[in-house]
Structure formats: C-alpha cells, structure tokens
Design a protein around this ligand. Sequence first.
Ligand code: DGJ
Length: 722
Amino acid sequence: MIIEQNKAFLLNGNNFTYAIRVNALGDLQTVYYGEKLSATDLDFMQKSVADPCIPALNELNRETYTDGLSNEFGSFGRGDYREPTALVVRKDGAQMSSFRYLSHKIFKGVPEVKGLPHARSGGDTLSVTLKDEFSDVEVTLNYTVWDELGVIVRNAEYKNTGKDPVSLKKAFSFAVTLPERDYGVLRLYGNWAKERSPQVTPLGYGTVRVQSLRGSSSHCMNPFMGLLSENCTEDAGECYGVQLVYSGSFALTAEKNPANGTVRLQGGVNDTGFEWYLEGGETFVAPQAALCYSSEGLGGMSRAYADFLRERVINPDRVFARRPIVINNWEATYFDFGYEKLCEIIDAASELGVDTFVLDDGWFGKRDSDTSGLGDWVVNEKKLKGGLNAVIARCKEKGLKFGLWFEPEMVSEDSDLYRAHPDWAMHKAGTVPVRMRNQLILDFSRKEVVDSVFGAVSKVLSSHEISYVKWDMNRTMTEFFSAALPAVRMGEIAHRYILGVYDLAERLTAAFPKVFFEGCAGGGARFDAGMLYYFAQFWTSDDTDAYERTKIQWGTSVCYPVSAMSCHVSACPNHQTRRTTPFATRGAIASLGATGYELDPSKLTEEEKEETKAQIEAYKRISELVLRGDLYRLSSPFTENYFCEMLVSKDKTTAYLVGERFHGDPNDYMRILRLNGLDDRKTYRIEELGFTASGKALRTVGVPFPRLSDFGGWTWHLTEVK
Ligand code: DGJ
C-alpha cells in the first residue's frame, strides 16, 4: 500500500514501513525505514527525523552542504561527500550533479524492466523522477511494495533527455539512509566449493563494500548484504538486507556518516571499469534491488526473501511444481564415458526411483578433457555411438527422462566455433588472453554471438527428447574487450554481456517451456536472484560433502529459498574433501533442497540401493515442504557441533527437521534442541520419537539432540495432532 501526503510517501509491506519525502530543496529523502507504522505518523516522522536537518541549512549554505541529509539519491560535487549514487560526465567534462524532484506517479503493479530479470507482478509502485541541475539527465526511482511481502523492490532508470551525449561512470540502482546505530555487516563470502559463508564484521565509520568484478555474481561474494543491529540473532532483533536481482559484476556499499551516524546503503552494477555512454534520448536501466527489513532476526529476513523470490521472481510455472529427481553422471565418469557406460548408469538408476538421467559435460564436439570442444554443440558420435538418441532411447526403455549439460557462454580455442570466429571470444587480438579452465568466454555483448548460440542449443533441444537442461558457466571474465563495440562503449561490456546471457536464457526458456532448466556456474558461482528468474533451481556447490554442505546450504538460505538449491547425494570418499559420511546423512542433507544423485548407481551396494529407494520415497513425502515451507535454522554448523534446520508448512500443521552431529564430543550429550517455528498452541507428534507435545513446549523445553556417531544425520517428521 502506498499513501501520499504532500509529496511525502508512506510505503507499507506486510511488516515494514518505508517513508520518503521531497524536502524544501527538492531532495528526495529517506524519512523512515523500519517496523510498520501507520500514515497518521507520517507527519511526526518527518518533524522528528528529517526536518531537524533543515534548520542547519541556512540561506547561505543550503544549496551546498548536503552531507548530513538522508538523500535517497547521492549527488556529487555539491557538498555531499558520501559516495554518490551516480556519476554523470557531461560533454564539457564536468562531473558535478544535483538531482532534485521533478515529478512522481503511483500505479498498480510492477514497473517494466526491459531485458533484465525483475519482480513479475502484483504490488503498488511509486515512481519518482529527479532531474540533474547540471545536465539533461533524469533519473526515475521506482519503489514497489506488496501488502503481503516483507520486501521493497527498487531500481533506477537514467535518461538523457538532451541532445549532447553524457556518460555514466556510475549508475547504481538505489540508495537509502538507515537510522544511526551500530550495525554489523553480514556478507556471504566464499570460493569454489565453499560458497556463501556468512561473515559479520562491525560497520564502523566509513565504507564497507561487498562486490564482484568477475563478470558474474561469483563464488567469492554473493550480491547480498545484511546490516544487523547489535541485538540481532537468528530469531529476534532488527536487521536490514539487500539483494540484487542481478548476476554480473556488482557492488553494494554501506557508508556510515561521521556527521550523524546514519548509514547510506546503496548498490547496483559495479562502477569499476564501468562507463555507460548515453546518446540524447537513450536510457540506462539499472537492475532491481530487493530490500528487506526484519524485526524477527535473520530467520525472519530469510523467510521474507524466500517468499518474495518464490512468489514474485522465480518462473511461476516452475516454482511450486514437483522437481525432477535427477541422477547426474559427472562424478561417476567425468569425461570418461561411452554409450555402454551410460547404459550401466541408466539401468541401475532406473531401479532406484529417480525421474531423470542427466548427461553432463563431454558429449559434444571433441571433448575428452576440458581443453577442447566448448562451443561445438554437436554430439560426438565417435564417443557416443548412436548419438544422444541411443541414450535417450535407453532412458525411455527404462522409464527415465533425459537431461543434458550445456555451457553456452564459453568457447575452447580448440573448437570449430573458435576457428571460424576467433573474434567472438572476449579478448583483445594481439594480447595473450587469460585462460581459465583452458577456455575463453564468448562475447555475449554481441547479438550475433547470442543468436548463434541460441541456434546451436535450440537445434539440439528441438531434435531430441530432452526434458531437462543443466546450464553451466565455468570461468570469470577478463580482458573486458569486444571486437564489436566502439571505444566509447567499451566500459559497457560487462553489463552488456550479462544482458546477452539474460536474452539467451529468456529465449531458450520461452522456446522450450517444457524443458526444466537448472542453473550452474562451476558450482554456485552465479547463485543469485537474477538467474533464479529464469532457472527455478541452481546447483548450489560442487562440494557435495555432507558436512561442508551443511554450511553452504545454511549460508545460501540466508537470502534464497531451499527449493532453489540443487542438492545431490554423492559417493564417498567425497571427491572434494575425501571425507566419508554415512549414506543416510548425505540423503538427509540433500533432502533440504531439490534433491538428486551424483554418483555411479551401478557401484552402490545392495544396502545403499535400498536406502536410495527409501530416500526418494521419503523425499516425495516432504517435497511440498521443500517447495513452499518456511525455514527455521535451529543449530548453526559454524558455531555448534550440530547442524539443524526445520521446514514448517505455512499453516504450521506439518514440519520436517533435518540434523547432523559432526563429531563425537563427550560434553555435548544432553544438549537441548529448541524447535522454533511451530505454533505454540498446536500439539505435534514427532513420528520418529513417538513424542507428543505442544509447539510451545517444543520451543521452550525442547528435545535432546540425538546421540549419533561422527557425521550422523537424522530426520524428524512432525504432524499436528488434533
Ligand atoms: C562444473 C559443474 O559445477 C559440475 O557439476 C560439472 O557440470 C562440471 N562443471 C562439468 O564441466
């Protein structure tokens, strides 16, 4: 709901109020962002928080000293010494800017965001247009809220309304001023096979910047930032979050102002190496950012984000549909397979209850290692006798569907594609390119490149019975040079690349609506809301070890729903860590997401085969909770000897709990697990324990953690008893 009172606006979601106003100078200011309030307090909010800044601005300095104001858009070179939200360079080279109110409108629904993933529907939107006093650039700031959701979605559109070109050296999506407080900054950092570890450090005065310059959102830093009040815990206390609906190089900054302790939180496309050239009449649309306020700790924020992504971002045809349970051959064979080996896997898998066999890397071009073949999306019939059709026929015969791996954005130098079009790779002729995994990245800023890949992938998909695609991406961007872009536009390449990726994803998913697409990026290097718009699930990490996965999945759940996490049971010793964990534990941890298998089923023991069948049957029972449930994180793998999470149905009648004890510790016997998230007034039965207790007792008295040996896992099913 959006309420307007004399150019002051109150935007309410289900648990928060975001209030902004146009001040006497024409600045758009944050008035308040926090716990939900009503419009009757809008006047008070302004007088109490925003107005006191104004008397300090006497006639002499009111135009120039804006450093303490809570502006929703940071200008440059006019007395606001915090980092600006945009940097506009005019024809004469001047860079000062001052964005002041021009107009606004309020409408039902979401703004149009062409070419970028975005919140899809519903809501109410406020669009405020500001005009730069020193150039012809207008910026329209969009704010969308939904009565039933805990997020506000923001973005900015920069339009050059003049005749002279300008360039944007920075064009962030949003800025907001958060109240004075000692915040902890939460980021999700990591690396390959170690994605999204939460880390909190004090913000302090000055700027904390969370970013990627890799051309993708990356393994190393997720496009998310949390600002936590001092008393924020998993279950209580206030926090703010922001995540970008974007998959390229990004930056999120939090800057605590020494003048008054307030914090400017802002972000968008990374401005390092960025320069967007705007001819007269052209517009640059910055990606959306989803801001979240929670008074119920980090858990509250995670659930709000899960609801937002499931309800408004992820493809509605896919998000709540039962996910295929796949078996993938990557860790079973790597590049070393032929028709016979695949048949062994398919035959064995068909007895286990999985839905789909997914053929991973190595089926195309000349591809027996990672040194060649990428870009040649034609089946290698020498390696795979009978081609894909023979494999598909075997799957059908055995009652399985067939899925296929692609890496559409890449090219090997040893490939027919590269030999035909060396300039399609993103590097500068005459320089030695940086090779990662022996491959180059295609220049997706060029339409003809995207068109060609669309043609090649479509040809495979339309000529075979393929129900599932795993879209991989295994290197980061270097060189940042396009043979097709003019010099003034070279700073656009990283963003144009990701627009090309979105274009291809949009076209392929639209052309093949029956195919289920899973995203992947050398594990979870592009696990972000942007990719989730196209792909309902993403390969969470190449690390499938049942201990490491508790941490990776916990961190990922901070701002993504479990249904978006693709989680597989793999063989032991684990290929990434060499650790051996019980088969049951691997199954339990992989059930906290879109489950599947990543192993050679023909090598399973009879006992493991029976366990697999049982795991799949058990998963079917809880799959609705995975798709729609609320997640409660109960015991952290980062600080405790036990991992524990629970999914609770929206009506709180059923719940599914998964835990793991890491190692034998003589002192942790009789530790108590408190079950937050149930309905205090309902009575529940824990099937495996035979206990019946009220939700309140389970939350307050709790249940002893089970005593298990090293890496022992357990699952409990809770049902309301009437
Ligand atoms: C990286 C992915 O994360 C793996 O699952 C596998 O598909 C390989 N790439 C194949 O090259």
